[in-house]
Design a protein around this ligand. Structure first.
Ligand code: PLP
Length: 419
């Protein structure tokens, strides 16, 4: 075989060892802080210590009045929806293309997710949202997919015009901004995951942001302990009588997780700046290559680049399947490239087609979603490949660009059978 591609035995374009992008960035300082927390208190009651510090830091970072730490992003979304009072039969507009936890808490509240297709960046399409509003619509939920801000100003305007609540799922987009304003501050309430490799990570965890006191108290009742709810919900507030039990759920963040996240917060803007520089360089170098589209992000948007999502155009590469492209890139040493299985079009999940099998109490008339109903989301999902963007490794970023060029230049060798 004459192909120089690494998948056929040629020399790889990138030689760095795994893991090539280490995230969250954990250093000795974090190890010391986590150990100190371990020795001080592993189960602080109420809102104290590292929990108060991280919540205060988040409120300041985002410029909001309230931040509440939760056990996961899913718990944060559940608390936000519940605090908004979403219930039986309320319709909630949800991106068809997102991670399933953006919508799944709605099933538990018996509120209906109404899926809307995506725009050219994979985010919720404002035009589709307008068309999906009915008298039963109560809220719009928007994800900033892969850390690229959605058209949040247009969505906020639609929400306001129709008297709807706006929820941001900022799980991919900590620190992303539009026109200098951070995402997570455009709606009534925002929920973030702080799990895994999210831009701000506690390992496992999440948080809710809001400026609204009533929503804040509702969120507190959805997982924080009685001591905290009694201390924070005013004596004359209608929710105060529930302070001891709340909604009966326990969804607090672990203080060791909070210690993991706290040290990253002060460095987040600087590191995102590094990511933005390297993402911009990669985009400029990859733009115009056959078979690949780069995201064309409006100048006012500053993404968090949870990942750089590229769109494969197989028709320009002789029908090369995306998995074959990814396999060839990984063989070239691009270990941080993948064809992600999640997020995916929600209509393709069995839960969105036949929820009654596992939620028998859902009312009749629940929408049944099927594959084929959201063509833009489905096409995008089929053809997306993601690249994790380093914040401080220009050599790796250049190596990835070299690998893309090489694989695309020799793509025929991936299609034609070996002689
Ligand atoms: C967009 C989005 N929303 C919500 C979640 C749920 O977060 P968690 O896994 O922390 O519950 C995720 C998780 O990856 C996500 O990608």
């Amino acid at each position: 075989m004459s192909s120089p591609l690494a998948i056929h035995g040629g020399p790889p374009a990138v030689r760095s060892a795994a893991p090539q992008v280490t995230w969250p960035p954990l250093d000795v300082g974090r190890a010391v802080a986590v150990t100190a927390q371990l020795c001080t208190r592993v189960s602080p009651p109420g809102r104290g210590g590292v929990i108060a510090e991280l919540e205060g830091g988040l409120a300041e970072f985002f410029g909001v009045r309230h931040a509440v730490l939760t056990s996961s992003g899913t718990a944060a979304l559940h608390a936000a929806y519940s605090a908004l009072g979403l219930a039986d039969g309320d319709e909630v507009i949800v991106p068809a293309y997102t991670a399933h936890p953006t919508a799944t808490p709605l099933f538990h509240l018996r509120a209906k997710p109404v899926l809307v297709d995506c725009d050219e960046l994979g985010n919720l399409d404002p035009l589709g949202v307008e068309a999906a509003i009915t008298p039963a619509t109560r809220a719009i939920v928007v994800t900033h997919l892969w850390g690229v801000p959605a058209r949040i100003e247009a969505l906020a305007e639609i929400a306001e015009r129709h008297g709807l609540r706006l929820v941001e799922d900022g799980s991919h987009a900590h620190g992303a901004a539009v026109g200098g304003r951070r995402v997570g501050t455009f709606g009534d309430v925002a929920a973030f995951s702080a799990g895994g490799t999210k831009p701000l990570s506690a390992g496992e965890g999440g948080f809710v942001l809001t400026d609204d006191d009533d929503l804040y108290y509702g969120v507190l009742l959805h997982g924080q302990d009685g001591a905290r709810c009694r201390a924070e919900i005013p004596i004359d507030h209608p929710l105060r009588r529930y302070a001891v039990t709340g909604t009966g759920l326990a969804q607090r963040m672990h203080p060791l997780g909070a210690a993991v996240a706290l040290g990253q917060l002060g460095e987040l803007d600087r590191r995102l700046g590094g990511r933005r520089q390297l993402a911009a360089r990669m985009i400029a170098e990859l733009r115009g290559l056959p078979g690949i589209s780069v995201p064309e992000v409006p100048a006012r948007s500053a993404p968090a680049w949870y990942a750089l999502a590229l769109l494969h155009r197989p028709e320009e590469l002789g029908g090369l399947p995306v998995d074959a492209l990814v396999a060839a890139l990984r063989a070239e040493g691009c270990l941080e490239v993948e064809h992600p299985r999640s997020p995916r079009p929600l209509n393709e999940h069995p839960l969105f087609d036949a929820p009654n099998r596992i939620f028998p109490n859902l009312p009749e008339g629940w929408p049944r979603y099927r594959a084929g109903q959201y063509p833009r989301a489905e096409r995008r999902h089929r053809n997306t490949l993601t690249v994790r963007v380093p914040h401080d490794d220009p050599v790796l970023a250049e190596g990835y660009v070299r690998a893309f060029r090489k694989v695309i230049a020799h793509h025929r060798a991936l299609i034609e059978p070996a002689p």
